[in-house]
Design a protein around this ligand. Structure first.
Ligand SMILES: Cc1cc2nc3c(=O)[nH]c(=O)nc-3n(C[C@H](O)[C@H](O)[C@H](O)COP(=O)(O)OP(=O)(O)OC[C@H]3O[C@@H](n4cnc5c(N)ncnc54)[C@H](O)[C@@H]3O)c2cc1C
Length: 415
């Protein structure tokens, strides 16, 4: 792989940009691999990358039914933060956030990580207590957050209306090194690095069946024929239950649509991310100037990648209340993704009931921020056959044993 650099841009500018090579190869799948990963979203690709980088396993194929990042990874509002309450979550999300800090250099691909800071608004006394508690927990966990008062909120985000017609802003949980990144660049950067290590990335190839023998996985059926494997990773987010059914087991999750919308581009007016969990909406401004707005999940199971109309109305109403100036904006686009939600709002990284199958799913409304950490932990799990310290608490067995990792406050708003 040729390195991207300022020198390379200058060189190509002088020769009509005809020297750029494809970012990743598009091979036909081989008959057999040591590891097959289903799902070419951020988590599947990051898992493949860290399998090669951390464990030297490069006989890997990532199989994607559509295009890379075409699932939730390319549909999300890109908020990155690690201000979770429980110790296992804070460790996992902070690992991911810290990997984001140097991901562009690591992958030699600009993922546009922008640590501009994230405020979660406290608009009720319960939220003030809850976020103060999270700030104390984060201090013990080594995650840099602080509870700030309303004046500081206004200072950080001048377009906010502190008085709020229904819920005044009473403060907020501030994480200065939280922020955003360019979502599909994360998928593309990992894909390019995987391809460079000799791994195969196969797009437009749906996995239609999982083959097992004697309680062990032996391979998958795909639109391009059967592919055998020693180990199988499933990182298919909203389709985890479908793949689990193919392999003969059930998952404790449901699939719901989560939607987002963007406004027309305007001049820079907001250089932090704001989440308003009580009125239920969140907003940041993209580099193009569009206001990126996220709302809530639908209340029913669904596999269509859109969302119901009433959520658009509720989200915009919540945002107009918090930022009155956006009432004058036109909305440009709206879309949805199918997220995989567990009962305790925490992910699943662990062994499946079928030997040789490993799970990375259940990220629900907040798995973009976790991509580097989730991939790191899942690669360790696949390589060694056992979860490492990052993943130990997130196994499937927690639902049988009642060891929930309750993050319903941290993940209370869809993000
Ligand atoms: C509107 C919206 C806003 C969000 N906002 C945020 C946010 O601000 N911050 C945050 O941290 N998270 C956010 N999320 C959540 C985040 O996007 C997801 O948790 C994360 O992207 C999950 O990544 P993934 O790789 O597990 O899944 P995906 O990116 O969905 O990848 C799974 C892939 O599996 C493929 N697949 C499925 N079935 C098959 C099959 N049979 N064969 C082959 N391939 C298959 C799919 O095509 C898909 O590409 C948001 C999600 C949505 C929808």
């Amino acid at each position: 792989m040729r390195r991207y650099s300022a020198f390379a841009i200058a060189r190509e500018a002088l020769r009509h940009h005809d020297g750029w090579e494809r970012a990743w190869r598009s091979p036909e799948p081989k008959r057999r691999y040591e590891v097959v990963i289903v799902g070419g979203g951020g988590h599947g690709l990051a898992t493949a990358y860290y399998l090669g980088r951390n464990h030297g396993i490069r006989d890997v194929c990532v199989i994607e039914k559509g295009w890379l990042g075409g699932g939730n990874t390319g549909r999300n509002t890109t908020i990155i933060r690690s201000n979770y309450l429980q110790d296992p979550s804070a460790a996992l999300y902070e690992k991911a956030r810290s990997l984001y800090e140097s991901l562009s250099q690591e992958l030699n691909y600009n993922v546009m990580f922008s640590p501009r800071g994230v405020i979660m608004l406290a608009q009720t006394h319960h939220e003030v207590r809850g976020y103060r508690r999270t700030a104390h927990a984060n201090a013990l966990q080594g995650v840099a957050t602080e509870f700030i008062g309303p004046e500081r909120v206004k200072q950080l985000c001048p377009i906010i209306d502190l008085s709020g017609p229904r819920f005044p802003v009473m403060g907020g949980l501030w994480q200065a090194r939280g922020g955003t990144a360019r979502h599909d660049a994360v998928a593309w950067g990992y894909a390019r690095a995987c391809s460079d290590m000799g791994m195969d990335i196969v797009q437009q190839c749906e996995v239609t069946g999982v083959r097992t023998a004697g309680g062990r996985v032996t391979g998958v059926d795909t639109a391009k024929g059967p592919v055998e494997c020693g180990k199988l990773g499933l990182a298919v987010a909203g389709h985890s239950n479908v793949l689990a059914e193919m392999a003969g087991f059930r998952m404790p999750m449901e699939q719901v649509a989560l939607q987002a919308l963007v406004s027309e581009p305007i001049k820079p007016c907001m250089d932090v991310v704001v989440m308003a969990n009580t009125v239920h909406g969140y907003m940041s401004q993209s580099d193009k100037g569009e206001m990126v707005i996220g709302g809530g999940t639908d209340g029913f199971v669904n596999y269509a990648q859109r969302g119901s109309f009433h959520h658009i109305e509720e989200t915009v109403r919540a945002l107009v209340e918090t930022f009155p100036m956006i009432s004058r904006l036109k909305m440009l686009r709206q879309w949805g993704g199918i997220v995989d939600v567990t009962g305790d709002r925490s992910p699943i990284i662990g062994r499946a009931p079928v030997e040789g199958i490993y799970l990375n799913c259940g990220w629900g409304t907040g798995g973009f921020k976790a991509i580097p950490g989730g991939g790191w932990a899942t690669a360790e799990l696949i390589a060694t056959g056992a979860p490492g310290p990052l993943a130990a608490a997130f196994g499937l067995d927690r639902f049988r044993e009642g060891r929930f990792i309750d993050e319903s406050v941290a993940a209370g708003v869809a993000h």
